[in-house]
Design a binder for this molecule. Structure first.
Ligand code: BGC
Length: 360
């Protein structure tokens, strides 16, 4: 109790300073008036709880909320709801949070274009909302100053995929097996309409072309981020193109792993027969595949830092501005752009070690 009172007065000073220095009217930090309050309810919606990467974010958010409760002197009850890929269902879940007086909402929308409607609702109810992973369109983000976005740049991930391949080629990887001067590739994309699918694909190919590679697309299809669907697509392509495929580009690791499963079923990786595969995310199984040599690399979509940024902002939204939480991403205009990192055989061990520490 004592700790909380002390914290409260400190927070009041910090908040007053922020208002003075930013010229802010107090609206942005209006939740600071909840400072007499100790118990908070946070509602989190996930577009689909079965998505591996999203489950990593959920686990880390849960972990960091709990880790900082004592220091902040508050109790936070986190309710996580699975929207099961259904935006209409998610809208009712948001209504539930509003009706039941939740203090902050963490939103991973099913359809990013529906964020507009969610923003109208939370603005009316004055509930700070942190979107993550599925970026609302910029004009929606401008609708209210108490909505935030935490994510990573899709362009950066795509570019880094291209750069890993260019480096590998410069270090002797022979991609053009049939020596026709072109690299025949298949592309497994995430969901249509997702910013990460469109931009990762575009920028990966752009980097390869900028580096003088003549890229020929044999096929592109969506695996909707999931392993099983990617595996089915890859099986069809192996039937259709077989060894003509010189590289498999995947918008995320799950789909890259699905392609590898398909290849294994077709007896690839048994002897010399293999096709290089690259993904994005840095999920555990992908790191193992890189170690085993079945995947050439991935791009770490830093879920730990993303979760930390979400929790950092969430604590600010309930008036706790002085948490001793170490984030390396700066908030800019209500956005947190978390940096990616390239992962290949050279550094996979360091990333694995870091991940195992986190999961303890
Ligand atoms: C991740 C995917 C994930 C998707 C969900 C992307 O940023 O790379 O693995 O399925 O977000 O929205």
């Amino acid at each position: 109790m004592r700790k909380y009172t002390k914290k409260s007065s400190m927070l009041m000073i910090v908040s007053l300073m922020i208002m003075l220095f930013s010229g802010c009217t107090g609206d942005k930090y209006s939740n600071a008036n909840q400072r007499g309050k100790k118990d908070f309810k946070v509602g989190m919606v996930l577009y689909n709880a079965e998505d591996t990467f999203i489950s990593y974010i959920r686990d880390m958010v849960d972990y960091y909320i709990e880790l900082y409760e004592d220091e902040a002197g508050v109790n936070i009850e986190l309710e996580v709801l699975d929207s099961a890929n259904n935006q209409a269902l998610q809208n009712t879940q948001i209504d539930h949070f509003i009706k039941n007086g939740y203090d902050v909402i963490l939103a991973n929308t099913v359809d990013r274009e529906e964020a507009s409607m969610i923003i109208d609702k939370v603005q009316k109810a004055k509930i700070d909302t942190i979107f993550f992973n599925r970026e609302p369109v910029p004009q929606d983000m401008k609708k209210w100053n108490r909505i935030y976005y935490v994510g990573s740049s899709a362009e950066e991930a795509g570019r880094m995929q291209g750069e890993i391949l260019v480096d590998a080629i410069n270090n002797g990887l022979e991609l053009d097996k049939n020596k026709d001067g072109k690299i025949q590739y298949v592309m497994i994309e995430g969901e249509y309409g997702h910013q990460d699918a469109i931009l990762r694909t575009y920028h990966c190919i752009k980097v390869l072309e900028e580096n003088g590679l003549n890229m020929e697309n044999l096929a592109t299809d969506t695996g909707r981020w999931f392993k099983k669907e990617a595996k089915e697509k890859m099986e069809n392509w192996l039937e259709e193109f077989g060894d003509k495929i010189e590289i498999v580009l995947a918008n995320n690791d799950e789909m890259a792993l699905g392609a590898i499963e398909a290849m294994k079923a077709y007896d690839y990786f048994n002897g010399d027969q293999w096709i290089p595969v690259i993904g994005v995310d840095g999920v555990d199984e992908a790191l193992e595949a890189i170690e085993a040599g079945t995947m050439i690399g991935t791009i770490l979509n830093d879920y730990d830092e993303q979760a930390k940024c979400i929790v950092y902002k969430l604590y600010q939204c309930i008036g706790v501005n002085d948490l001793n939480i170490n984030i390396s991403t700066q908030e800019k205009d209500n956005y947190f752009w978390v940096k990616h990192k390239k992962v290949t055989k050279e550094n996979v061990n360091t990333v694995k070690k870091h991940n195992s520490i986190l999961k303890k």
